[in-house]
Design a binder for this molecule. Sequence first.
Ligand code: ADP
Ligand code: MG
Length: 481
Amino acid sequence: MSTNATTEIVPGWETVIGLEVHAELATATKLFSGAPNRFGGEPNTNIDPVSLGLPGSLPVLNEKAVELAIRVGLALHCRVQRSVFSRKNYFYPDMPKDFQISQYDLPINGEGWLELADGRRVGIERAHLEEDTGKSTHVGGGGRIHEADYSLVDYNRAGVPLIEIVGAPDLRSPEDARAYVSELRSILVAIGASDGKMEEGSMRVDCNVSVRALGETELGTRCEIKNINSLRSLGRAIVYEARRQVDLVTSGGRVEQQTRHWDEAEGSTHKLRSKEEAYDYRYFPEPDLVPVEPSDEWIESIRAALPMLPRERRRRLADEAKIETAAAALTVERGMDDLAVEAIGLGADPVRVLVHLENNLADGIGSLSAGPFAALIAMEVDGNLTSTQTKTVLAVLVADGGNPAEVATELGFEAMEAEELEVIVDSLIAEHPQDWLAFTSGDDKERKKKAGFFVGQIMKVTGGQADGRAVNELLARRADA
Ligand code: ADP
Ligand code: MG
C-alpha cells in the first residue's frame, strides 16, 4: 500500500499498524451447540453443557457459521480452503474448558485484500473461525482482575461464533486504521455476516503498532493493544503508542513485544503482559471435530448470493455520476446510493443529487423516492425553485412523500414570471445608479460584490422568491446590453 509522508505522528518516524478484528457472526445459535447466540439477556441464560465446557459434552459445528465465514472470505477476496480446528490452551475464568477452539495453521480463509474508499488496498493475512469466550466482570480495584475484590462471570457469550480477520501491517496512520475498520464493518454488515456493533462488542479491534525511522524497510517490534471500543479510541491509542515507542527508542531503549491495554479514561496504554508466542498455547488439532472441507459448488453458490459490496457500489455510483470513486464514499456509506443511481438514471443532475444527499439528507431519506427527487431537482435546475425553496420542498418529501410540484404550490412557491423579475431588476437598477455603474465597469472583484448587492436587494423585494441564478443571468444580460 502506498504511504503518505504527511501522516507522521512524530516527525521522521513512520507508524506501522496491523489490525486483528474479531466479529461475532450473526447466527441463531452458537458455533458448536444449539444454545442461542443473542446479545444481552440475563447472565448465564443462553447456555448449555457445550458452552460451559462440561465434561462429556461434544462440539457439533454450526453450518451457518461456516457459511457466514465463507461469505466473509469471498467478500475479502480470500482463498477459501480446507480448514482444521485447533485447541488453543490457556487459562481464564471466562473459559471453563481452559482451551479455546480456534483455527491455527489451516484457517478457513487464506490471504485476501480489502479496498479502502480511496482505492488503496490493504492485505488480509487470514480470516479464521473461532469460539468467543464468556465475559468476566471484575468488581473493585478499577475493574482489573489482579486488584478485584471478586469477579462475576457470564457464559452467555461463551461459544458465540467469531471470525477473526487478521490484516497485514499495511496501515500507516490513525486515519488509515479507522478507514480500514469502517470499510470492514460496512462489508460485514452488507453481507449479513455480523451486525458490526463496536459498542455491543460484536466487533472488536486489537491493534498492533510498531514504529521505524522513515526510509527504514525492516519492521520494528510491535505491541498489541487490546480493549479498543470505538474508532475514536483506535486513533487515540495509535497516537499514544507511536509516541511512546519513539520516545523509548530515541532515549536509548528498545521496544519489547508486549500485549498492552488501552485505558480510555487516562488516554494511555499499559503493559498487560510480555507477548506470548504461539508455542505457549500448545496448539494441537481439536480431536472432537473433523476438518471442514466446503465443496466448490457450495462456495460458488455462496459467492453467487453475495450482495453488491461497498466497493462495487462506489464504482457504480462514480460511473453513473461521472465522479471519482472517493467522492461516492459518503453516499454509499449512508446507504443512499440506490436512490442516487436511480435519480440520476431518471435524468437528475448528478452534482445536485449528491449535494442534496450529502448536505440535506444526513438524517436519512425517509419517504423520498427517486422519481419525486429527480423531478424536484429538475425544478431547481430550471430555476422554478430557488435553492432555499428546494430544500424546504425536499424536507416535506422526506417527511411525507408526495409530488414536488404539488408541494411547491401548497407552500406558495410559485415560480416568478420572467417578466415580473425583469421589471423588479430594472427598477432596482434605476434606484441604485452608482452600484450599477460599479457593477458594469468594475473589475471582477467589484462586479462580484455588486452582483451580491443586487441579488440581496431582489431577494428582499421578492421575499426570497426569486431564483438567484436567473437574477445573475439577467444582470449580466442588462450589463451587456
Ligand atoms: P498474534 O497471534 O501474535 O496476534 P497474528 O498473526 O494473529 O499474531 O497477528 C499479527 C498482527 O500483527 C497482524 O494484524 C499483523 O498485521 C500485525 N503485525 C505484524 N507485525 C507487525 C509490526 N511489525 N508492526 C505492526 N503490526 C504488525
Ligand atoms: Mg491473533
